[in-house]
Ligand binder design. Sequence first.
Ligand code: PSV
Ligand code: MN
Ligand code: MN
Length: 391
Amino acid sequence: MTAPGRFGEITETLARQSIELPSWAFGNSGTRFKVFGTPGTPRTPHEKIADAAKVHELTGLAPTVALHIPWDHVEDFTALKAYAEELGVQLGTVNSNTFQDEDYKFGSLTHSDPAVRRKAVDHHFRCLDIMRATGSTDLKIWLADGTNYPGQGSLRARQDRLAESLAEIYDRLDEHQRLVLEYKFFEPAFYHTDVPDWGTSYAQVSALGDRAFTCLDTGHHAPGTNIEFIVMQLLRLGKLGSFDFNSRFYADDDLIVGAADPFQLFRIMHEVVAGGGLDEGSPVRFMLDQCHNVEEKIPGQIRSVLNVQEMTARALLVDRAALEKAQSEHDVLGANAVLMDAFQTDVRPDLAQWRASRGLPAEPLRAYAESGHQQYLAEQRVGGAQAGWGA
Ligand code: PSV
Ligand code: MN
Ligand code: MN
């Protein structure tokens, strides 16, 4: 249990916290071996949004839903916005997809053929138009571009073409819109990726201007990478635009954030707090980028946002004055103990009480299980194709 006084001080920040849910987390997903279907899985973007709204209703933590284009195709995005708002959520980041079209076999924004680059840039223009209809501010670009064999492509020419393509897209942004560039060290390409690391993303977005930022996906680093150091550095440089949260044991596993390594999530949130990432007006947005292959999806998302909230609360509990003092005195063990003291504090009872005081279920997962909603969805959503990877 935390001391009520200390916990009381942090609720103002917690009350502001919002974690964006990815529409695709509610669809079926799996590995290249098998994608299992689950009764009640959404069949349309509307149904995905309804599921995201359920997560927000029970946690108060997830007021926005990210879309993936073209996975979330609808004729009328203004109507989709209105539908989301009826359910109490807003449409958030638009994630562009230039990785599932035959034309992109050898790249999209980096492709050597100007016609393919044109097509990829135009896709992003289309995303910006959708954002105008949905009221979204962020265009998130992740590129599957890369090569499999040394010599297959010119690393440098590809980088130059990427810069040109990004500049074209950036020039189309409205005043309030932002471009966020995500990096990933491998996959689907295995020799090189065109935006493999935060340094490349930083170099590219810095060349664009003030409204271009880096997206840090926690699953996109080599094992052993000190991710919180990258968080600190990007915050320091004013270029951390967003997180794609998930956790991993091996590669880009997309498991529930905080599941594989809760301490890493704590260390990340500690740097976020220290770097002002949770302050009002901070440019940092928090999003999940996860899949639920074998567990139920709505509870999976509820568990995820609660994990982020719990680690945020623990990071906010760090006694910063004591930490600074220990650091300035080179009290190695003392400084480490300050962090561990906060990390090892069980904030769950306080958070449950706090939720109840705000009219939310004290235990959202239990409330969901007891509501019978999952069974209701399974009965309602019969027929039609379930949404999944690529649709
Ligand atoms: C790529 O691995 C990624 O992390 C990007 O964010 C994609 O948009 C997302 O996964 C879904 O494919
Ligand atoms: Mn991602
Ligand atoms: Mn990923």
